[in-house]
Design a protein around this ligand. Structure first.
Ligand SMILES: C[S@@+](CC[C@H](N)C(=O)[O-])C[C@H]1O[C@@H](n2cnc3c(N)ncnc32)[C@H](O)[C@@H]1O
Length: 352
């Protein structure tokens, strides 16, 4: 069942947005929307290949915002991700993209296959990481948690999914998991120190916790990404929306993964950054392929990604966001913009 909420008030007015360098949404409406006949960006794609909750009915009472559905009420959860089929397909694709970025790996922590018995993937989305991990570790029991039931039902016998708000007190006993995995939880976690404290408590001595997040700002080293480009505006708007939601997207910029793990008491912490050029401009073939996948990732349900932060939080109209999205697509396909993001994986061990 879907319910349309009362019209949301924009949380930042135009003056406040301008003060932090965000172009007014009307800027994008003034851009030409005429398709460039020479624009072949699309064709480049073809050239590469509880609080654990029981299923109460409110879980299925999805909210609808501008035609997209969002999770039902659960604790204080406020997720910016739609939970409809279109977005679930984008999350499935993301599993492939993130694995390509990690050079085919699912994680970096030095896990001992013979010893790993119990694993949790916090904020699992459509659960593909948990399923792939369970295939690789057939002797481990893998739990995937999320606040919305978008996971498949036909899964390996050693996988199960639970509804759980990661910002509430975790209900698992101390020393439960050999491995705790959290991927792309920016804009979702209320307090990064607190979540790593919970991970530390529920991790077994000798077990590992790993976090994967990308930089929410698109940057360039040669100033080809100018302030007024859609690529540069991306981070400004996302970051402002995260501040207003009280769930930061600036996890990479503030190094919150490493700081949180250190503060919680993890040891042997390692940080690995993966450079991801956006689009296919990079000369290095491996990086260009990663860039193509990240471009496809951004473009897959771009409107779904933008709907909550841009429209519901920042108060843009769907039409303004649509024109912005069209310009972003253009820039992602234009090799003159040398934009990149960084994926940061941080992992650490709970001492024995
Ligand atoms: C960006 S997606 C990442 C999904 C998955 N970890 C991945 O990397 O493919 C974030 C996920 O977190 C879930 N989520 C949002 N708020 C949450 C919360 N408070 N507790 C648990 N999961 C949450 C969303 O429903 C969504 O599936």
């Amino acid at each position: 069942m879907a319910t349309e909420p009362a019209q949301q008030q924009p949380l930042l007015n135009n003056e406040e947005q301008a003060a932090i360098g965000i172009l007014p949404p009307s800027h994008w409406e003034e851009q030409s929307t005429v398709e460039d006949p020479d624009d072949d960006s699309a064709s480049t794609i073809g050239s590469f290949i509880s609080s654990t909750a029981s299923l109460s009915s409110t879980i299925f009472e999805y909210r609808t915002i501008h035609g997209r559905t969002y999770h039902g009420e659960m604790g204080s959860a406020e997720s910016w991700e739609p939970n409809d089929e279109r977005h679930s397909e984008a999350l499935d694709l993301a599993q492939h993209v993130y694995t390509v970025v990690l050079d085919g790996k699912l994680f970096n922590a030095p896990l001992d296959k013979k010893k790993v018995q119990k694993v949790v993937d916090i904020g699992t989305g459509t659960g593909l990481w948990a399923i792939d991990f369970a295939d690789e570790f057939p002797n481990a029991e893998v739990i995937g948690t999320d606040i919305t039931p978008i996971q498949p039902t036909w899964v390996p016998a050693n996988v199960k999914f639970e509804l759980d708000d990661c910002n509430s007190e975790w209900t698992w006993p101390d020393n439960t998991f050999d491995f705790i995995h959290m991927r792309m939880l920016f804009g979702i976690v209320e307090d990064w120190d607190a979540i790593f404290r919970q991970a530390y408590r529920t991790c077994k001595p000798g077990g590992y916790t790993e976090s994967f997040v990308c930089d929410s700002t698109f940057r360039s080293e040669d100033d080809t990404v100018k302030d007024d480009s859609a690529l540069a505006q991306w981070g400004k708007v996302w970051n402002a929306a995260g501040r207003k939601m009280g769930r930061t997207f600036e996890v990479f910029a503030h190094n919150l993964q490493q700081k949180g793990m250190e503060a919680a008491g993890f040891v042997d912490i390692e940080v690995k950054d993966y450079y991801v050029p956006l689009g296919v401009w990079h000369k290095d073939k491996v990086l260009a392929e990663k860039g193509l996948w990240w471009k496809i990732h951004c473009e897959s349900d771009l409107e779904g990604y933008l709907n909550y932060p841009f429209n519901a939080v920042m108060g843009w109209t769907p039409a303004q966001t649509g024109v912005y999205a069209a310009q972003l697509r253009k820039e992602l396909g234009d090799p003159k913009y040398h934009a990149y993001t960084t994926v940061r994986c941080v992992w650490g061990r709970k001492p024995e």
